[in-house]
Design a binder for this molecule. Structure first.
Ligand code: C5P
Length: 220
């Protein structure tokens, strides 16, 4: 039996892959997986439970027990709406710290595979193409320079009325890039067969169109 098609979109933090991936999913009528949200949920859950980000086995146990659901644009953790809470820089940094543990990553594999339903899935993250959906019909590595990404994040936060400093954001995302790229388990990398999309000079519409064009070429 043929499994539903997957478009895997990986890339560093604040590269715009979430925005691009969700728009591509909308255009195609596909489901959308924001895998980073799962790591953020584990970060929040473990913070609430007082678990040290270095305690791999306790984190693995906790991950298996978390009740996670995505409903109508809302993200629920153990029935609590945490859609906004998981988006802070603090939770992002903690997510990258807990994501180094194979115990945590393993506990999230099944959760991610369950998103693959008809008519298809657009999955965004760090290891979508390399580990979770290696048979993806299209693999995209979406990136932008650190400066461009920090500026985007800065504008998003200011638009939401959250105060931020550009230098701090740049420093945080460089720290996260370094950790995500150098870890032993599922490091951030350009998967074999992935097409690189450099978006520093592209609008969101141009990036979305490029991915849709690549997808059309991939399925003929
Ligand atoms: O994409 P986002 O910034 O929400 O991800 C938060 C953190 O979760 C990343 O910095 C990364 O360490 C981790 N992550 C991961 N694998 C994924 C998605 C996210 O390790 N597939």
């Amino acid at each position: 039996m043929n499994l539903p098609p997957v478009i895997a979109i990986d890339g560093p933090t604040a590269s715009g892959k979430g925005t691009v991936a969700s728009l591509v999913a909308e255009k195609l009528g596909f489901h959308y997986l924001d895998s980073g949200a799962l790591y953020r949920l584990v970060a929040l859950g473990s913070q609430q439970a007082g678990i040290d980000p270095k305690n791999a086995s306790a984190l693995g146990q906790l991950t298996k027990k978390l009740v996670i659901s995505f409903k109508n644009g809302q993200i629920l953790l153990n029935s609590e709406d945490v859609t906004e809470v998981i988006r802070t820089e603090e939770i992002g940094l903690r997510a990258s710290a807990i994501a180094v543990h194979p115990e945590v990553r393993q506990a999230l594999v099944g959760v991610q595979h369950r998103f693959r339903t008809n008519p298809g899935l657009v999955a965004d993250g760090r290891d979508m193409a390399s580990v979770i959906f290696p048979d993806a019909v299209l693999k995209v590595f979406l990136t932008a320079t650190a400066q461009a990404r920090a500026e985007r994040r800065y504008k998003q936060l200011i638009a939401k009325g959250i105060s931020a400093k550009l230098e701090d954001l740049l420093h945080d995302l460089q720290e996260r890039d370094a950790r995500d790229s150098s870890r032993g388990a599922a490091p951030l990398l350009v998967a074999s067969g992935a097409k690189v999309l450099e978006t520093s000079e592209l609008s969101i519409d141009q990036a979305v169109k490029t991915v849709l064009d690549w997808y059309q070429s991939a399925i003929v």
